[in-house]
Design a binder for this molecule. Sequence first.
Ligand code: PNW
Length: 463
Amino acid sequence: MPSLRFPDNFVWGTATSSYQIEGATNEDGRSESIWDRFAKTPGQIVDGTNGDIACDHYHRWPEDIALMKSLGMMAYRFSIAWPRILPNGRGAVNQKGLDFYSRLVDGLLAAGIEPYATLFHWDLPQVLQDQVGGWQHRSTADAFVEFADVISRKLGDRVKKWITHNEPWCTAFLSYEKGIHAPGGRDFKKALTVSHHLLLSHGLAVPVLRQNCPGAEVGITLNMNYAMPASPSAADYDACRHYDGYFNRWFLDPLYGRRYPADMIEDYIALGYLPPEGLTVCKPGDLDIIATQCDFLGLNYYSRAVLRSSKVPEEQNLPRTVHVAPLSEQTEMHWEVYPEGLRRLLLRLHVEYGVPKLYVTENGAAYSTEPDKDGRIPDTRRLEFLRDHFVAARRAMDAGAPLAGYFVWSLMDNYEWDRGYSQRFGIVWVDYETQRRIPKDSALWYKGVIAANAVDDGSSQAT
Ligand code: PNW
């Protein structure tokens, strides 16, 4: 089987986030987050669960670090719970919260694992939501900078990789348009406002992180779907343009100095989501702040989107040339498995946006394989999913994409937001009764990939 090698300094790791794994939501001075409130609101979470205990990582972090070490991980991407650091959203600092992350970072470094810290992975202090409407209000960007300043002063001597936001599209649109994430808003206009304040807060935090963490690299993580028209019709191409603008370009263009996409501003005005003057929450100077040069971009990649126009009747449109379900494989999230989209997105970021350095900060799959009678977890489909995406990433690098590392989502099964514990993304299985962790076959396989710094492309199986 042909083996594809990666560059010597390529970084292999896994990722998690605070609310999804930590538990201990009432401990050591942590205040309520919008996810605590939302998860405990009846009807919001498919299995009625919340993150009160989750993987109990707040207590079991030494064991989790030992596990990562045993799997040969070079890096670990985690997020910092704002309500542990600034329980009032801003102002008074909670020393015990700082100490937790400080211990975690020391433990990682002692195990030879490089920490990659994400500042915002969705657990906003509830108090900011109550007082000002959270990200709907511009002042939350200032509160975020305060949070970034406090935590980076504490960890800046040891943490050299910082990610301001995880997936602002989700924070804006899943939380404020679709209503499926905390705080459950359903108002497109508000979602647009939120998206701008998120980007602004990123740009404001970058120089603060740089100042507090000498030699550190600072970036942001976006989730992108690879968008394709369902047919070559003009209507489907236009649907694809609109979706790509909404999901991908809305964030990329201002970050890379091109301002908000003009076609999307026009669409949103036409749809009545913006007034004729456009995005009025964007004040003079904001675009320059947002376009502050970053050291890297994190890409979270899961799937593609195939767009069919809703503007022309089906019988007047061209026949579909791209078929998704049920012909193609899907994970248990009903996300299509499409590794080629990762290759194309990495190349697009390189060629079209000139991104100087890229990380895949998340990629992974939900499959619920349970332990067999010997206690093994043969999650072959996850293993193949990861292999095919690693190969796609390697192909993008061959064509010039400056990919520096790859973080599998996730280190372990965890709280999958509105899906509760029903979806398992981990390469390590978690027994939520006993909190026992068992590496799945994919984890053991990943260990081999890291040790060899190479992946077999699976082609002998395919033929
Ligand atoms: C990401 N979408 O969420 C998050 O960063 C993780 O916390 C999460 O567990 C993981 O992916 C798996 O879901 C996403 O609708 C949620 O396109 C939804 C979407 C994308 C990413």
